[in-house]
Write a protein that binds this ligand. Structure first.
Ligand SMILES: Nc1nc2c(ncn2[C@@H]2O[C@H](COP(=O)(O)OP(=O)(O)OP(=O)(O)O)[C@@H](O)[C@H]2O)c(=O)[nH]1
Ligand SMILES: [Mg+2]
Length: 466
């Protein structure tokens, strides 16, 4: 599998980054319009990719309005760092339309070859997806390995997957991405034998390789099913005592894991690297109403999230699909906030979770100026401003979750419990908010707010409802 070296101990690989800006439909209509607003008005525009391998592939109109290429390249730099690579050089290619053969055009390929030679780079990374043909041609023309954006993201996922399910999911996505791109890829698939430069391995060899990969795909799928069966059993056991799940979702690096740790007291990995979290984590917390919920932390999203990944991670994301409430964690300090928001909403749409109750959490407010913070705090619209790092706003967030939670609603009640029923008194102490307590004879009179389920169990002690 194509991996970048780096955090594994060996020397980090040096990469030439290539940003690609396809400008068909003149940019002159764009200048005044921020990428964020473009994204908000036409979210679908950001995800269209040219995947058609035919030489006559035309540029979808929407491609021209994709977000600013410089901005994308800045994010791509972060991705490269997260994959353990070092940036040796950066180039930007602006073209009206993609070149079907090389995406960027022959002249630019030559320029890149020169840069690779002078910087002694190990690989060239494209901030764009490449068709199988483009990938093949570029590998033939450049003196080093070539990876596209999806491959880079897959590589990061591969390094960060910790559970066997996560690892299998990534491997499956990698294999499926690789299969149609096998033809004659001399350099990165050198173990497959094959020709020097442009010549690919013979057809027979290719067929063998395809079959090998297909067999491995089948095996991985079988293994995944086994792993998922176990998880399903765990889920069923959990569902026998229903506790509502609240799922953290958001763009990669928004601070989901930091918030998860803040709310649960856990110590999951929080990191400036992108896609630090891959495997889902669940942990119970208690809300101010004393109701319990399960909070789930999971993989972050990114613009143009490779579709293969959404599919392979669907099972991991089932916490999101099952959740009663979503906490959409957003980086309030990011300039690209609006665009990230629309990207997240797009993935939520794919997970059929857009209609779920959602709390917008504006995180990292500690990075904002006082006046900016003030602006956020007074903003309405169901947003909660917090800093997962300092803890500011966390109480408000917990109260907001409490208010949004429909299941097992909290009600007020009066109870008259015999002092001899220690178990009932203990369950009240543990699971309800006691507003008032007095003693009368052998009974304790209580005014409480508590979950309907718990009050249901204490029905025989209930006085009138408030
Ligand atoms: N200043 C500041 N930094 C924060 C805050 N919350 C998170 N961060 C930082 O943001 C970076 C990303 O945080 P994570 O919690 O790992 O983000 P994530 O959303 O889980 O990211 P992925 O798992 O990669 O999708 C880390 O460097 C955190 O220290 C915050 O409230 N304030
Ligand atoms: Mg995380």
């Amino acid at each position: 599998m194509a991996r970048l070296r780096g955090s594994t101990g060996t020397q980090a690989e040096r990469a030439v980054l290539v940003g690609v800006d396809i400008t068909a439909r003149s940019r002159s209509t764009r200048p005044g319009l921020s990428a964020a607003r473009m994204a908000a008005s036409r979210p679908e525009a950001l995800v269209d990719q040219i995947r058609d391998d035919s030489p006559t592939a035309s540029v979808p109109d929407s491609l021209s309005t994709s977000l600013d290429a410089d901005e994308s390249l800045a994010e791509f730099r972060e991705l490269v760092a997260s994959a353990g690579g070092i940036v040796a050089a950066e180039l930007m290619q602006r073209r009206a339309r993609p070149d079907p053969a090389t995406l960027i055009g022959a002249g630019k390929v030559e320029e890149i070859a020169g840069v690779v030679a002078s910087t002694e780079a190990d690989l060239v990374l494209f901030d764009h997806d490449l068709t199988p043909t483009q990938l093949r041609n570029l590998e033939a023309a450049l003196p080093c390995r070539v990876l596209d954006r999806t491959q880079l993201i897959l590589d990061i996922f591969a390094r960060h997957a910790r559970t066997s399910e996560g690892q299998l999911q990534v491997e499956l996505a990698q294999l499926e991405y690789m299969l149609p791109r096998l033809t004659g890829r001399g350099k990165s698939m050198s173990q497959l034998g094959g020709g020097i430069g442009t010549r690919g391995p013979g057809e027979t060899q290719l067929e063998t390789d395809r079959r090998k990969i297909q067999r491995r795909i089948d095996q991985v799928k079988t293994d995944l099913e086994a792993v998922r069966r176990v998880r399903k059993q765990q889920r069923q056991r959990r569902e026998s005592t229903p506790v509502p799940t609240v799922a953290l979702v958001g763009y990669t690096n928004a601070g989901k894991s930091t918030l998860f740790n803040r709310l649960t007291g856990a110590h999951v990995l929080q990191s400036s690297r992108m896609f630090a979290t891959l495997d889902p984590k669940l942990r119970a917390i208690e809300l101010p109403s004393r109701r319990k919920i399960l909070l789930s932390d999971t993989v972050g999203f990114i613009r143009n999230l490779p579709h293969t990944l959404v599919t392979s991670f669907r099972a991991t994301l089932e916490e999101v699909e099952q959740a009663e409430i979503l906490l959409h964690v957003r980086d309030a300090a990011s300039t690209y906030g609006e665009e990230q928001k629309s990207q997240v909403e797009k993935v939520l749409g794919e997970l059929e979770s857009l209609s779920k109750p959602r709390i917008e959490v504006l995180n990292k407010i500690d990075l904002l100026s006082d006046s900016e913070q003030q602006g956020l705090l007074t903003r309405s619209g169901g947003e909660v401003a917090v800093s997962a790092q300092t803890g500011e706003g966390i109480d408000t967030l917990l109260a907001a979750i409490d208010a949004a939670l429909q299941s097992d609603p909290v009600i007020d009640a009066e109870l008259e419990v015999p002092q001899s029923d220690g178990a009932a008194l203990a369950s009240i102490e543990a699971g309800m908010v006691v507003h008032q307590r007095s003693y009368e004879g052998n009974s304790v009179l209580l005014r409480v707010s508590g979950p309907t389920s718990l009050l249901g169990r204490l029905r025989k002690y209930r006085g009138r409802e408030l």
